[in-house]
Design a protein around this ligand. Structure first.
Ligand code: PGA
Length: 252
């Protein structure tokens, strides 16, 4: 009922030539329209990758990894070094990853800022891939559900319609570490997230929203994750940088 979505987060990897070559390899992966595929290159590689995919694989969408929003939601201005929402749109992005733990923990983005970006992204017709997830210490203190649901509630404040929102549950201790949540453990959190969505947005929204899992997703664990009732796809970092591995993940 929910179409699986496999998303690649290329993070701060790949130069232009490498990004184009990976995009060209991935353009051959065909899912017969049964799955959505998103690729999130760096800002500098985004326009060329989008151009390449438009020609060779229009079924693959381009997502940005972030954008900046000035004070009072300004979409342009004197913000040296930053990239705006209209810029990522004009470079071919139809989606954007927001609230990634690296943005939260390295760059200090808080839920209020993420919430402003979610609202602006969906108002501009982009799909917001909203990431939430607990730290290892929070998991060890057994407060993961409170943490994740609080992130979710604050990041979605005043967001009335979730049609263009995808949630990605990414436990921070599983990102880039080779440790994955067990499929059942991940599903438990996905179920808590879906229940939360149901409480605030109603049954059809909770049935329809796609909840991705992220954190050391690899060809050998994707199938078991996708067999869980509440896991609708994956947000893949490391393994998405290798065409063969990412293809295996798409075709789990
Ligand atoms: P990983 O990254 O697959 O390398 O763990 C996932 C992510 O950060 O989205």
């Amino acid at each position: 009922m929910r179409k699986p979505l496999i998303a690649a987060n290329w993070k701060m990897f790949l130069n232009l030539k490498e990004a184009l070559s990976l995009a060209a390899s991935l353009s051959k992966v065909n899912t017969d329209g049964e799955k959505d595929i998103f690729i999130a290159p760096s800002f500098t590689n985004m326009a060329v990758v989008a151009e390449e995919l438009k020609k060779s694989a229009p079924h693959i969408s381009v997502a940005a990894q972030n954008f900046y929003l000035g004070a009072d939601d300004a979409s342009s201005g004197a913000y040296t070094g930053e990239v705006s929402l209209p810029m990522i749109k004009s470079a071919g992005a139809t989606a954007v990853i927001l609230g990634h733990s690296e943005r939260r923990n390295i760059f200090g983005e808080d839920d209020a800022f993420i919430n402003r970006k979610v609202k602006c992204a969906i108002a501009e017709g982009l799909t917001a891939i909203l990431c939430v997830g607990e730290l290892l210490a929070e998991r060890e203190a057994s407060v993961q559900n409170e943490v994740v649901l609080a992130q979710l509630g604050k990041s979605l404040a005043q967001v009335a319609d979730l049609t263009n929102v995808v949630i990605a549950y990414e436990p921070v201790w599983a990102i880039g570490t080779g440790k994955t949540a067990t499929p059942a453990g991940a599903d438990e959190m996905h179920n808590a997230i879906r229940t939360f969505i149901g409480r605030y947005y109603g049954k059809s929204a909770s049935n329809e929203i796609r909840i991705l899992y992220g954190g050391s997703v690899k060809p050998d664990n994707i199938k078991a994750l996708m067999q869980q009732g509440n896991i609708d796809g994956a947000l893949v970092g490391g393994a998405s940088l290798n065409a063969e591995q990412f293809e295996k993940i798409i075709n789990y």
